[in-house]
Structure formats: C-alpha cells, structure tokens
Design a protein around this ligand. Sequence first.
Ligand code: GAR
Length: 210
Amino acid sequence: MNNTKNVVVLASGGGTNLQALIDAEHRGELGCGKISCVIASKADAYALTRAKENGIKTRTLIRKDYNDVELYSQDMLKLLIEEKADIIVYAGFMTILGECVCDAYPNKMVNVHPALIPSFCGKGYYGLRVHEEALKKGVKVSGATVHFVTAECDAGPIILQKAVEVLDGDTPETLQRRIMEQAEWKLLPKAVQLLCDEKIVVENGKTYIK
Ligand code: GAR
C-alpha cells in the first residue's frame, strides 16, 4: 500500500521554512510526506526558486490580481484539488484563505506563526510586525507556534510551540532570525511529519500527540 501524502506548501516570501521542510524530507524526516508542489502568492517569492532548485513543481496564484479574498480562495481550492493535496502547509504564506478552503481540509492545513499564540497573533500580525510588537511590549521570551488553520486567523488548535529568549538590544530582524533558527525551522517539519504519519488527534479544540 502506498501511504505517501502529497504535501502542498503555500508561501509568499523568502521560503526559509520551505527550505527547512525540503531539508527534512531529504533527511527522511517528513514521515509519509512528500513535498509535491509549492504555490506562491507572489511572482517574485524566493520560495519558488528554492522549490525549482530541488525539482519541486511550482505554481503561482498572485494575490494582488484579486480584489476579493473569497474568489482568491476559490481559485486556490481548485489548485489544491488539481494538485491532489493531502496536507497543506502555510510556510510564510500571508493570506488568510476563506472558509471554502478551511472546510475542504479540516485538520489538514498547518501554519507556522512567529510568536507564542495567543500572544502577538491575529489579523495584522505577520512577518517582522510580530517581532516589532513583541519588542515594543518588552517580553522576555517569544517563540513560534505551529497550529491547524481554521477560518479564524491564528486561532486553530495548537500543535507545537517553542519558547525563544529575547535579548537586550534585539532588533525585529535579530529576533526573527533567532526564532526561525531555534524554533520555526525545527517545529514546522516535526509537525508536518506528525500530521503525515497520522499521529495528531484533535479533541475539543486541543491536539494530542499519539
Ligand atoms: C516566518 O517567520 C513565518 O513564521 C512568518 O513569516 C516568516 C516567513 O519566512 N509567518 C507569518 O507571520 C504568518 N502569520 P519564510 O518565507 O522565510 O519562511
């Protein structure tokens, strides 16, 4: 029996989290998962280059070509169906897709967020903005969270979290980098492996690892 799961990765930018997934797959650490396609929301997303360099199929669905997120979501759903996606990973993907996508893939879509949810999350908290707000508040630890995607931004069941120290003198960029290195690039492949190997149970909005 072929248990391989098609992992479709959605990205908007540099794609370092995609790279962490590619590296994990090369090391044999994605379980039954195989990155089958990368879909970018921007034509110049460096994530596309990373995918091509690794022989992974790429597609683009340009967010700024759409006024309406619902239409964008419907077209994204068509692509995901065409690509026979089993698992969908938001790896620095900056669009909140509508309910049509969330309903089609319940507990099959994960997102990495660069803070300890429920801190510094929700609409408007993305990329460097998250770290700017954390530094403004003066928190002593921040970190990363991998969670299931639901229609409500950053509110789905939490799968994995890791805390990372904030240091005096941090800039949004230095904090972002430390959180990526110490947390995101480790948590995201681990969560995808657990999901592909059907090791995550969701009950009453919480996850449990089998
Ligand atoms: C990462 O820090 C990711 O957690 C964040 O954007 C960055 C993308 O980097 N995502 C969000 O803020 C989503 N709300 P990458 O393109 O190098 O993976």
